[in-house]
Each structure stands twice: as C-alpha cells, then as structure tokens.
Design a protein around this ligand. Structure first.
Ligand SMILES: C[S@@+](CC[C@H](N)C(=O)[O-])C[C@H]1O[C@@H](n2cnc3c(N)ncnc32)[C@H](O)[C@@H]1O
Length: 412
C-alpha cells in the first residue's frame, strides 16, 4: 500500500471536476462504443435483457469526476481527467495496439530520421519525416531479390518517447474514428494507464499507481476515508460494480428482486476470482448438458434431418373461405436481413385441404448446421431458407413476391 501524501479533509471544500468540466462528446462516444460491444461487454452475460444499464465507462467518469478536485488550471484538470479515463492520445495509441514506426514516419512531420529510426536493410533513408516507407525499394545484392523496407525504433529511444510519437500518429484526425478502431480500456487491463501515474500524482499530490490507490487517497482527502458509493436503485448493478472496481466501498439495493439478483451476480459471478469463475463455468456446462440431454430425449427441437431449432416463431392463421386452407398472417416473410433468412410458404405435400385443420404448427427454425443443407424445411408448410435479400427499395419487391407466392401456395 502506497503512503498517501494528502491530509484527510484537505480537499473538503474544493469543487469537484464534474461541477466544472465534463468532456461530454468523448465520454458519449466511449459509452456508445461500450454499449455497441453487445456480448463483449463486461456484465452482458448477466441479464442482457435488462434495458436500463448505464455504461461502465460513464459510471467511471462520474465517480472520478466527483472525487477529483478542480485547480486553478482547468486545462490541465481536463488533461489529467482524460488521462484517468484513457481518453488521451497516448492511451489511444496503446488501445490501437501501438502504432508502427512506418506509420509514425509517414504521419508525423519534422522528425530527424537518424535520431529515431533505423531500417531493416542497409538503405539510405530520407533525413527528415514525413516519408512513405512503402515507396522505398531495396534489392538484396546477394540474391537480387527485392526486399520490403521496414522501419524500427532506434534502441536508444525510450518506450515513453515512442509512445509520445505514436500518439501524434493516430490513424484518424477525429476522436470518434480513432476509438472505433481501438479497444476499450477495460479490455486491456492496466496497459492504457501505465503512463499516467507520474503526471496524475504530480497534479493531484497523490502517490498512486492504480485506481484503488488513487480513489482511496482522493476519498481520504475529500471525506477522511475511502469513498462509499450507495446506489439504492441499482438495477443491474452497473454503478456499484464499477465503483467497487475502482476501489470504493459500495452499497446497493433495489425494490426488484431480479435487479438484486443481477447485482449479486455482477459481484459474485462476473467479479469472482478466476478459480471461482472456472468452477462456476464447469458447473454451468454440466447443467446445460443435463438439460440438453432431457430436451434431446423429448425430440422436440430437431426435425430428424439434423436441423435443430434455435427459435420458434408463431403467427395467427386464418381459414381461406375458398380453398379451406389455413393461411399464416405474417407481416413479413423476412426472418433476418443480417443472416439473409426468409420464410417461404409451401404447399404441404402430404396434406389435402379437408385435413388442413390437422396441420402441424409451424416451428420456424434457424439452421444449426450450415454445412449440411442450404435450406431448412419445417414439418408444416413454411420453409426457412437463405437468399440474397436486396436492400433499400428492392425489399418491397421481395415482400410483394412473397405474398404472391403465399397466394399461389394457398390455392390447392
Ligand atoms: C433505471 S433502473 C436503474 C438502472 C441501473 N442504474 C443500471 O445501470 O442498470 C431504476 C431501478 O430503480 C428501482 N426502483 C424504483 N423505485 C424504487 C424504490 N422505491 N426503491 C428501490 N428501488 C426502486 C427499479 O426496480 C429499477 O431497477
């Protein structure tokens, strides 16, 4: 544990950063990125249907923004806050998996090449950047073959200096495009923050090397103890989860028992120690296999040809007064545009109109084995198949043709 350098309550009257500045555009873009990660989100596996989840990124920004004090240098406050949030350009370079020296030489002007770079082959490099390494050619004198020229950093260049230059060579000019191609901070553990602590500590007077240490020291300076966060409307538990991850003591409650269960799960399953997680996953797989065996024994999810239903879609049917056929009332025959799946109505071969009331229900299904057959036929009169769905105005055409087929199919 690092010794705190701040006195208890020394910040008690200092306004919090969140009261003065909050880089909304960047936080918003990061929150959107997190929400778009769907299954990649930290707490998604638990209660993914819970709609009110607050992005963990936003929670972190609010908690740190409430603890961090303002100074007489708002610009520096903003820079430090962005360092803490992994929104600075050096963090972005880390989140991009670092930027190659070739790209630095191409994008950053005014660098003396001999000071920073060397080539993988004995070639005369330009004296100054920018230049495109890809346009340089080199022929191996022994083999006569062309070799691709690549740059590497001079050995003497420190990692801190490399990162600073990489931060100037991000692939896009705007923040949103850069984070679209970058990883989220929480996917990378401590890596995006490794460079921040010296500057953070110098600005805040702390001596932290991790978020729990920083949060504790800021809590002591502000409240005399580690911060406590209470969320009495905790829902899925995103807020207390992030607060605990940052190092706060947390309290959470909710009227809804499902919300309480999700919050409990966030802490005790997602937040469990790795050994406990592994044990839970083993148990989960054992239980899933047991349930699957029971379903398989009932034979209700396969069509006998190896196709397993993933979802069942239901629709109302009406009796056609002319033909006596039951016609399904479907608003659209497109099941999934993304997976190019449509339903096609078919004349049930084994059934005649008089016995139509005994038509089996239409279990429409998605394919579990794409290699076996391109189509899935349900036991009834709806066939699910993949086809190229046109986008835009053409979609209406497909619907129209589908309806036409429906009429033909329903006419014995
Ligand atoms: C918008 S949700 C919270 C979402 C949560 N912050 C998250 O990120 O998942 C609001 C929650 O307040 C709870 N709630 C509403 N009235 C309450 C009350 N009187 N006492 C406790 N919880 C309540 C609801 O059950 C619901 O879970």
């Amino acid at each position: 544990m690092t010794e705190p350098t701040l006195q208890p309550f020394s910040w008690k009257d200092r306004p919090a950063v969140i009261e003065h500045l909050f880089p909304v555009q960047k936080i918003s873009a990061e929150s959107f990125k997190e929400q778009s990660a769907v299954h990649g989100k930290t707490l998604t596996a638990l209660g993914s249907y819970w709609k009110g989840r607050k992005p963990l990124f936003l929670n972190k920004a609010c908690i740190l923004g409430c603890l961090m004090p303002t100074s007489d240098n708002p610009l520096r406050d903003l820079e430090i806050f962005e360092l803490l949030m992994g929104m600075d350009e050096r963090s972005l370079a880390v989140r991009h998996g670092r930027i190659h020296p070739d790209d630095v030489a191409r994008r950053v002007p005014g660098l003396t090449v001999s000071q920073w770079f060397e080539a993988n082959v004995p070639i005369d490099l330009p004296e100054e950047t920018p230049f495109a390494v890809g346009e340089l050619s080199y022929e191996d004198p022994k083999t006569g073959k062309a070799k691709r020229v690549r740059l590497k950093w001079q050995d003497a260049v420190s990692d801190a200096d490399r990162l600073t230059l990489e931060a100037r060579a991000l692939p896009f000019p705007d923040y949103k495009s850069n984070i679209n191609k970058a990883k989220r901070c929480e996917e990378l553990g401590d890596a995006p923050h490794a460079h921040i602590w010296k500057e953070v500590n110098a600005h805040l007077g702390t001596s932290a090397h991790s978020f729990p240490e920083l949060v504790e020291q800021m809590g002591v300076a502000r409240f005399g103890h580690r911060p406590k966060v209470a969320d009495v409307f905790c829902g899925s538990g995103q807020i207390p989860f992030e607060a605990a991850r940052l190092g706060c003591d947390v309290y959470a409650s909710d009227l809804n028992p499902i919300a309480c269960m999700l919050t409990w799960g966030a802490f005790n399953i997602v937040g469990a120690a790795p050994e406990k997680r592994a044990e839970l996953e083993r148990e989960q797989q054992r239980l899933a296999a047991k349930v699957q065996a029971e379903i398989d024994a009932l034979g209700v999810e396969e069509d006998g040809d190896g196709w397993r239903a993933k979802v069942f879609l239901y629709c109302v049917e009406v009796l056609c007064p002319q033909s006596g056929w039951r016609v399904p009332l479907l608003p659209t025959l497109i099941i999934s545009k993304g997976y190019r799946v449509v339903a096609e109505l078919m004349v049930p071969t084994k059934l005649i109109p008089q016995t139509i009331s005994s038509l089996p229900t239409h279990p429409t299904a998605t394919r579990s084995n794409t290699k076996k057959s391109p189509n899935f036929s349900s036991p009834g009169c709806v066939k699910i198949r993949r086809k190229n769905l046109p986008t835009g105005p053409g979609t209406a055409d497909v619907l129209w043709r589908s309806r036409e087929r429906m009429t033909i199919s329903a006419d014995p």
